[in-house]
Structures are given as C-alpha cells and as structure tokens.
Design a protein around this ligand. Structure first.
Ligand SMILES: NC(=O)c1ccc[n+]([C@@H]2O[C@H](COP(=O)([O-])OP(=O)(O)OC[C@H]3O[C@@H](n4cnc5c(N)ncnc54)[C@H](O)[C@@H]3O)[C@@H](O)[C@H]2O)c1
Length: 254
C-alpha cells in the first residue's frame, strides 16, 4: 500500500472495526502511523483488532459502540477527543444485512433494523464527529456504501440497497455543506467481498456467478477497499469531494 506520511499521528475513528472491511481499514490506518479508534458493538472483536495494532507498535483503542444509539455514538466520539485531543478522520464501515430478501417477504422490523444500522448509524456518527472534524486541519469523512446502493445487479436486500443509496446521498449532502470547513466527504462502494458475514449469506454458486460477471474474474480482498479509504483520507485526495469510488472491479461502471 502507498505510504502517506501526513496520516502519521492523525486521529481516525473506524466503525465496524471488529471484523471484515472495517478491521482491515483500521489496520491499514495503523500501518500509516495513525491513531486508530476501533468502534464496534462487538467489544471482544474490537479489542482483538486493537491488540494486533498495538502489538505492531501502533496507537489504538477499542470502544464498544452501538452506531444506532445516539448516546453510545456521542460517548465514543467524546472519549476519542478527550484521550487524543481531536478527530481528523471518520470512516463509517458498520453496516450490512442479515439475508437476501424481497420487499413482500420483509418484516417491517427487519426493514427498520437494516435501515437503522446502515443509514441512521452513518448519520449519527457523522453528526457526532462533525464539530471535531471542523477543528482538524484536514477533516475527512469516508462512508462505506455498496454496489447495492449504486445499482441492482444481483440479489440483495431492499432495505440494504435503499439505505446504501441513502448513505451515498447523505455523503453528497455532507460534501456540499462541509466543504467550506475544509472537510471532504466521499464514499467507497464495494462489490461482494468474502468477509465471514457475506460468505454465510451467499451460496458458492451465487459467489461464482457474481465473480464471473466481474471483468477481472475475481472478487476483491478487503484490503483493496481499505487502500482506497486510506487514499481518500490522505492529502493526495485533498480535492476529491462528494465522489463515490466504485471498488467493484469494473462490474458496474457508472
Ligand atoms: N462484504 C461485502 O460484500 C460488502 C459489499 C459492499 C459493501 N459492504 C459494506 O462494507 C461494510 C463492512 O462490511 P463487512 O462485510 O466487512 O461487514 P462485517 O459484518 O464483516 O463487519 C461489520 C462490523 O460491524 C459491526 N456492527 C454491526 N452492528 C453494529 C452496530 N449496531 N454498531 C456498531 N458496530 C456494529 C459488527 O460487529 C462487525 O464487526 C458494511 O457497511 C457493508 O454494508 C460490504
């Protein structure tokens, strides 16, 4: 991965950092010398990721956080700021869905839960982070959206697809309103990535089918999303604002 010396010492909060793309992103920032707060509802998982980062000489802390609960999010951001003096980068990776579904077989509770995790969670984290990002010399928000929020190209969940489209538009709204404060806001929209959760969701046949539709004929490693998130937080991306970077191997070209 490219090295961005300016990220050394920056304070980065990554939600959903106990596993998958979030964990990989947290490790990628730690490798740049950033101070990384790993926020996740899974406290032991986040602690494990932090242990690995600090064992490698990095500065990191785990904070148990439910991104759907305002008080929990506010307390997590307040703790980061009180321990490290500020916040420079927010990455919202907590998200996902539990099963492939259609509208007619989706209980309203599942709709509400999925939208809350993906959209309300992103909103709450951004809301809590913004006052501190405004004080950073290079404030950054990177939201993790999905190919499902860009287009419909394979089975997914309607609540998930709608909420990820919402995350993208929320990110554009933030880019529009926060640009004057020197904060950039961008989204990364991954294709199906074989994190443990997604492996459990899809059949081997379905995975092979999606993979065959990608011009590169393979699915990504989580590190290939993490590298793009780190780039967006770096000075190299200082004039990218309100964009969606489609880490989908060219399966869908927007
Ligand atoms: N893996 C994929 O195929 C894929 C594709 C496109 C987009 N994405 C997006 O990337 C992000 C990460 O996906 P992943 O596959 O790595 O997920 P994952 O399930 O591996 O990790 C998600 C993390 O979020 C945490 N989490 C769940 N609910 C939470 C809550 N209420 N508060 C705080 N943390 C909570 C989980 O404990 C977990 O550690 C998600 O936003 C997902 O929608 C993933």
């Amino acid at each position: 991965m490219a090295i961005y010396p300016e990220l050394s010492g920056r304070v980065v909060a990554v939600t959903g950092a106990a596993q998958g793309i979030g964990a990989c992103t947290a490790r990628a920032f730690a490798a740049q010398g950033a101070r990384v707060a790993a926020l996740d509802i899974d406290a032991p998982g986040a602690a494990e990721v932090v242990r690995a980062m600090t064992a490698g000489g990095g500065k990191a802390m785990a904070i148990q956080t439910d991104v759907t609960a305002e008080a929990s999010v506010n307390a997590a951001i307040a703790r980061i700021v009180s321990e490290w003096g500020g916040l420079d980068v927010l990455v919202t990776s907590a998200g996902g869905y539990g099963r492939l579904a259609n509208v007619e077989d989706m209980p309203v509770e599942e709709w509400d839960r999925t939208v809350a995790l993906n959209l309300r969670g992103t909103f709450l984290c951004c809301k809590a982070a913004i006052p501190h990002l405004k004080r950073s010399p290079a404030g950054r928000i990177v939201t993790i959206a999905s190919i499902s929020g860009r287009t419909i190209s394979s089975s997914t969940s309607p609540a998930y697809a709608a909420s990820k489209a919402g995350v993208i538009q929320l990110t554009r709204f933030l880019a529009y309103t926060l640009g004057e404060h020197g904060i950039t806001c961008n989204s990364v929209a991954p294709i199906t990535t074989l994190t443990p959760r997604v492996r459990a969701l899809r059949s081997a046949e379905n995975i092979a089918q999606i993979s065959a539709q990608v011009p590169m004929k393979r699915l990504p490693d989580p590190q290939e999303h993490a590298a793009v998130v780190v780039f967006l937080a770096s000075d190299a991306a200082s004039y990218l604002n309100g964009t969606v970077l489609d880490t989908n191997g060219g399966k869908v070209m927007m």
